[in-house]
Design a protein around this ligand. Sequence first.
Ligand SMILES: *Cc1c(COP(=O)(O)O)cnc(C)c1O
Length: 450
Amino acid sequence: MQQQKDVTAMVPDSFFDRSGTLQQVCAGQSTAWMNPSLLPFEATDALCQLIVSDSDIADADARLRRFAPFLMKVFPETVPAGGLIESPLRPIPAMQEALERTFQCVIPGKLHVKLDSHLAAAGSVKARGGIYEVLKHAEDLAMGAGLLSPDEDYGKLAEPEMRDFFSGYTIQAGSTGNLGLSIGISGAALGFHVIIHMSSDARQWKKDLLRSRGVEVREYGGDYTAAVAEGRRLSGEDSRSYFVDDENSRTLFLGYAAAAGRLKTQLEEQKIKVDPDHPLFVYIPAGVGGAPGGIGYGLRRIFRDNVHLFFAEPVQCPSVLLGIASGRFEKACVTDFGLTGCTEADGLACPRPSGFVTRLMTPHLSGEFTVEDSTLREYLRLLDRSEHLRIEPSSCAAFQGPVRLLKEETVRHYTALHGLDARRLENSTQLVWATGGSLVPESVWQEYLG
Ligand SMILES: *Cc1c(COP(=O)(O)O)cnc(C)c1O
């Protein structure tokens, strides 16, 4: 066990709350923190629309649709969905039962999974934000050079002359793995020179896969924040280089936010109601905050106070939680709160959160669940056994929400405050957002499942 530092020496007393939850977070214990800054949707609407509006999200969705002919050409697996990179929404009753039995809990309502773990092209939720930002950059460059207009068939972007054009430009990003995969794979498909700056947490197979696609992978001994800083610096020195800034990007956020409208359609198709009597609980693993923030923000704009949005983070790396709870946003580093930042959940190993996302999500987030690495493995095995679904460890963090929901005192206060009585909880949809997994090689599954 790592030694517990004296947290109180570094963090002002005023940071800790009366419930003792933040003390538990800083002690590296798994817990449920409810966000005291959550506001009714109405109270957030005017200001939030100035930052990310409904029409900004609609614009991102329209852009993704313009790219559909191109995506079908370079990623034929998107053909059945007409060139949209989208994932199934599924009930998982066998997993619900397995979790209830194994963890001696009751999960109210119906447990569902959103399988972004199986998104085309990149095999993770990063296929939403990362690919969107690469496509938008390609569109900006091609339009700026007079090579493309919005009413043209974007299938032409797969032609050799366009690849030649894009090969004169570089895209760079810092990543713990999956963002690099999404940017590397889509950037290489367009013909860009791509450089990914990988933190020490990144898995070997992710680096190997990228190199096999002709992507330049640079490895760093330091953490994610350090890899991003180096990528940002190097990209800034090259006028033909574009940096996908996971810690600040509004474009990435919009790519993620476009997921919400797609989920609304899927819920309607499956006749799943969302209203005050049928609340929607959504649980998403958070690293730097972009993916869960963008998706969650989009969901709040559609479902308003009927969606209850919870993030999940590793006990030693709850950077989004600490950024929001402390009001220090990107300045909050988990090590300043006595934690190590170390986790097996490579996709969540971000010691500082996004300043943009933590600020914007402060009035929208219901709360967070923190989870031990060892529990992630248990969820991973249970899902494989009960539903024959494989998702990577980071992605499993989301199951901590439904498992702990009715067990935590802090959640009981939350549900009482929001009028979520037993009947409404029983009518609820419990949605776990699976964020990665389909590209994991078989040998690595054997290690995870072993
Ligand atoms: C990136 C990632 C997340 C979290 O996304 P952030 O934008 O870093 O918050 C969650 N799960 C997986 C598997 C990821 O790759």
